[in-house]
Design a protein around this ligand. Structure first.
Ligand code: PMP
Length: 343
C-alpha cells in the first residue's frame, strides 16, 4: 500500500503517553505529536485545507502565487502543497524567527522576506503590511491570511478533533493547546465539545500577548503587548480564528520556563519538540491542581525540535539570555582538564 503523493500523509498523527515529565499530574497525559506531518508541524493540516478551499472558491487559480505572513510552519505546509499542486510561494516573516525555519522554506523553492519584529502591525515594514502589499502588486496572487481564514480552524474541526476523540475512545476530559492564530484550539475544541460539552479547553498564552487579559476582562489592553521570545503562540491582535467562547481558561508561560521545558521534554520523554511544546507542558504543570485521577488530558505538540537547534537546544543561547547559569561539568570539560594535567 502506498500514498499517491506526500500530501496524503498529512494528519493521523500519534497520541503518546507522557510518563516522566507529567508524573506530578494525577491524570493520564497524552501528547498529540504533530511532527509526523510532512512539514514536521501541525500547520500542514490547515495549509492544505486553506489551499483546497481557495481552489474550490476560485480565489486560487492554476499557476498562481501564494503570499503569506508566516513564522515558518504555515509556510512549510503551504510550500509543500505548492510543490505538488504547481503554485509559487512568497513568505514574509520576522527577524525573531529561527534562521533554520527560513532555510527550510527556501528548500522547497519559496521566496522568504524577513521583516522587523518590533514594529506595529499597521507599520508598512511589518510582515503583515509587506505581505498585503505584495498581494496587491503580484499578478495572479492569493493571500491565505491564516489569522482570519476560517478554513484554518475548520481543518482542525474535520481532522484533529475527530482523531483525538477516536484515539481516546471518547475519554478525553481536557484539551491543552498553544494559541497563535487560534485555529488549532478553536477547531479541535468545537468538535470535541459537540461530542461532550464537559470537556475543558485550556489555551496556552505568552507574556507579551493579549489573549488571557481579553478572555478575562473583555478588554483589548495594549499594555499587555511587549516583545517576547517564545515562537508560534501569543499575538498582539485578535485573530478571527480564536473563538474565545470555546476556550475555558488561558494560562501564561514565561519565555524562560518554555525554553527550559522544551529541553526537559527531549531529556525525559525522548520527544524532540519545538518551543511552543515547552510552553504547553510548562503550562500543564502550572495548572496541575485542575486535574484529578481518571482525567484524560490531551496536549498538542505542534512542531519539531530541529528548527530550534540554534536556540533552546543551545547552551550558549540559553546562557546569553540568563536562562541557565551553571557551568556543567561535561565529558568535554573532564577531557580538557585531564589533557592540561598531562601537559
Ligand atoms: N506552535 C507553533 C510552533 C506554531 O507555529 C503555531 C502556529 N502559529 C502554534 C503553536 C499555534 O497554533 P495556532 O496558530 O493554530 O493557534
Amino acid at each position: 500500500m502506498w500514498y499517491n503523493n506526500i500530501l496524503e500523509t498529512v494528519g493521523n498523527t500519534p497520541l503518546v503517553k507522557l510518563n516522566k515529565i507529567a508524573k506530578d499530574i494525577p491524570a493520564t497525559v497524552l501528547a498529540k505529536i504533530e511532527t509526523t506531518n510532512p512539514g514536521n508541524s501541525i500547520k500542514d493540516r490547515m495549509a492544505l485545507k486553506m489551499i483546497e478551499d481557495a481552489e474550490k472558491s476560485g480565489k486560487l487559480k492554476p499557476g498562481g502565487t501564494i503570499i503569506e505572513g508566516t513564522s515558518g510552519n504555515t509556510g512549510m505546509g503551504l510550500a509543500i502543497a505548492a510543490v505538488i499542486k504547481g503554485y509559487k510561494c512568497i513568505f514574509t516573516s520576522t527577524d525573531k524567527q529561527s534562521k533554520e525555519k527560513f532555510d527550510a522554506l527556501r528548500a522547497f523553492g519559496a521566496e522568504v522576506i524577513v521583516c522587523p519584529t518590533n514594529v506595529e502591525p499597521e507599520d508598512p515594514r511589518s510582515y503583515y503590511s509587506v505581505s498585503s502589499r505584495l498581494e496587491r502588486e503580484v499578478p495572479n496572487s492569493w493571500k491565505p491570511n491564516q489569522y482570519d481564514n476560517l478554513s484554518n480552524s475548520q481543518a482542525h474541526y474535520e481532522q484533529t478533533g475527530p482523531e483525538i476523540w477516536a484515539q481516546t475512545e471518547g475519554k478525553i476530559t481536557h484539551l491543552i493547546a498553544g494559541v497563535g492564530t487560534g485555529g488549532t484550539i478553536s477547531g479541535t475544541a468545537r468538535y470535541l465539545k459537540e461530542q461532550n460539552p464537559n470537556i475543558k479547553v485550556l489555551g496556552i498564552d505568552t507574556y507579551g500577548s493579549v489573549f488571557k487579559k481579553y478572555k478575562e476582562t473583555g478588554e483589548f489592553d495594549k499594555n499587555e503587548i511587549y516583545p517576547y521570545i517564545t515562537e508560534g503562540i501569543g499575538e498582539d491582535f485578535l485573530p478571527q480564528n480564536v473563538d474565545f467562547s470555546l476556550i475555558d481558561h488561558f494560562e501564561k508561560v514565561t519565555d524562560m520556563d518554555a525554553a527550559l521545558m522544551t529541553r526537559e521534554i527531549a531529556r525525559k520523554e525522548a520527544i524532540f519538540a519545538g518551543n511552543s511544546t515547552g510552553s504547553a507542558v510548562a503550562g500543564l504543570l502550572q495548572m496541575k491542581d485542575m486535574f484529578k485521577e481518571g482525567d484524560v488530558v490531551v496536549i498538542i505538540f505542534p512542531d519539531h525540535g530541529t528548527r530550534y537547534l540554534g536556540k533552546m537546544y543551545n547552551d550558549d543561547w540559553l546562557r546569553d539570555r540568563g536562562f541557565i547559569k551553571e557551568e556543567k561539568l561535561t565529558a568535554r570539560h573532564i577531557l580538557s582538564r585531564k589533557e592540561s594535567q598531562e601537559i
